[in-house]
Design a protein around this ligand. Structure first.
Ligand code: SF4
Length: 356
């Protein structure tokens, strides 16, 4: 594909980590884990930052082959109205959650910018930290969300392989690979404080995919050195639509990837969601991962009205409640952190502050 940014194609920028990811790497998993553990301890201490997602709407106009909310699925569609958003957030707060990630599908008339901004305003009056994972926006829209109390944007490229990207995004606005690559920078230019990126692991060859994610986060950290950056490691889970990934991402490879990222990105938040099993999550805590979702529901309105028959965007793998999960962390001598700042500190950065 023409017009790929140089940070994506410059393999030298990930040469230090590439040997750690190969199957035949001379560096053992145990020694990588020990190094990752030491770096995590020195940079983040014995803590785990915790958040939960809230699905606001599952209307979507895109046809991502791997998603249970793609517009050709027969899933029941709905969006939460303002009062329902408030009730869901209050119910989450009773569970101990203070840090929420608000999600929507692609931009539609049912869930467009003004709707999302209203939801951010409601959430910022209830939660200490509000982030979004929603449709791409322009800089002015991100700036308006920052002014409404949004401090974080999560946006996954899904796959950094342009050919796989073209095949898997069957229709809709998300088909534009190059435009999607620009979105994290738009959010940072608008004064959003933290940006999370990642690839949906299984959509393309895992080693090359991991290295492209690494190059992306390094590019962002060089350009927006004041930004808080995070990387997530989502693997494909069963979902409505029954998409089967073409590439296998084993536990062994995922662990190797997490350790290598901690070594290559010592200060970047590494995130593991409830897509992963309790055993794997417990194993990774303290070994590189510093942020986890907890007690997640992936259906719209899932906290007040859990619907056992709906798979949501994907099936959750770790369904432990906050109490049980925190006990597991504490057994590893890791302190669960539900709230690490007050909303009073949420003033947006300016573009000049971000880029220095
Ligand atoms: S991944 Fe997002 S944009 Fe794609 S179908 Fe699912 S909800 Fe829509």
């Amino acid at each position: 594909m023409n017009g790929l940014p140089t940070w994506l194609t410059n393999k030298k920028a990930s040469d230090d980590i590439a040997p750690l990811l190969r199957n035949d790497s001379p560096v053992s998993l145990e020694s990588l884990a020990a190094e990752a553990r030491a770096i995590t301890l020195s940079r983040f201490g014995r803590t785990m930052s915790l958040y939960a997602p809230l699905y606001l709407s599952n209307f979507c106009s895109s046809g991502c082959a791997y998603c249970g909310y793609a517009s050709d699925r027969t899933t029941r569609r709905r969006r939460l109205e303002s009062e329902e958003v408030r009730h869901e957030l209050e119910s989450m707060k009773k569970m101990g959650i203070h840090d929420v990630l608000l999600l929507t599908g692609e931009r539609t008339s049912a869930a467009e910018f003004d709707y999302l901004r209203r939801c951010v305003e409601i959430a910022s009056g209830i939660m200490a930290r509000v982030s979004i994972e929603a449709f791409p926006m322009n800089v002015n829209e991100y700036r308006a969300l920052a002014d409404s109390g949004c401090t974080g944007v999560t946006i996954y490229q899904e796959t950094y392989d342009p050919e796989q990207y073209r095949r898997l995004h069957r229709w809709g606005p998300k088909q534009n690979f190059l435009e999607r690559l620009e979105i994290p920078e738009r959010a940072l230019q608008a004064g959003i404080k933290t940006v999370g990126i990642g690839a949906l692991l299984g959509l393309s060859e895992p080693v090359e995919e991991a290295l492209r994610v690494l190059r992306h986060v390094r590019h962002l950290s060089r350009t927006y050195w004041r930004a808080g950056l995070s990387v997530s490691f989502p693997r494909i889970r069963p979902q409505t639509g029954g998409f089967q990934p073409e590439f296998t991402v084993s536990d062994h490879f995922l662990a190797r990837m997490i350790f290598a990222f901690r070594i290559g990105l010592p200060d970047v938040e590494l995130v593991l969601s409830t897509r992963e099993s309790p055993a794997f999550r417990d194993g990774m805590a303290g070994l590189g991962i510093t942020r986890m979702s907890i007690a997640s529901r992936t259906t719209v309105g899932g906290y007040l009205e859990p619907d056992g028959n709906e798979k949501g965007q994907f099936e959750v793998n770790d369904d432990r409640n906050t109490k049980t999960f925190c006990k597991a962390l504490e057994a590893k001598n890791i302190e669960p952190v539900f709230k690490n700042w007050e909303p009073v500190y949420n003033g947006p950065n300016t573009e000049s502050e971000q880029t220095g």
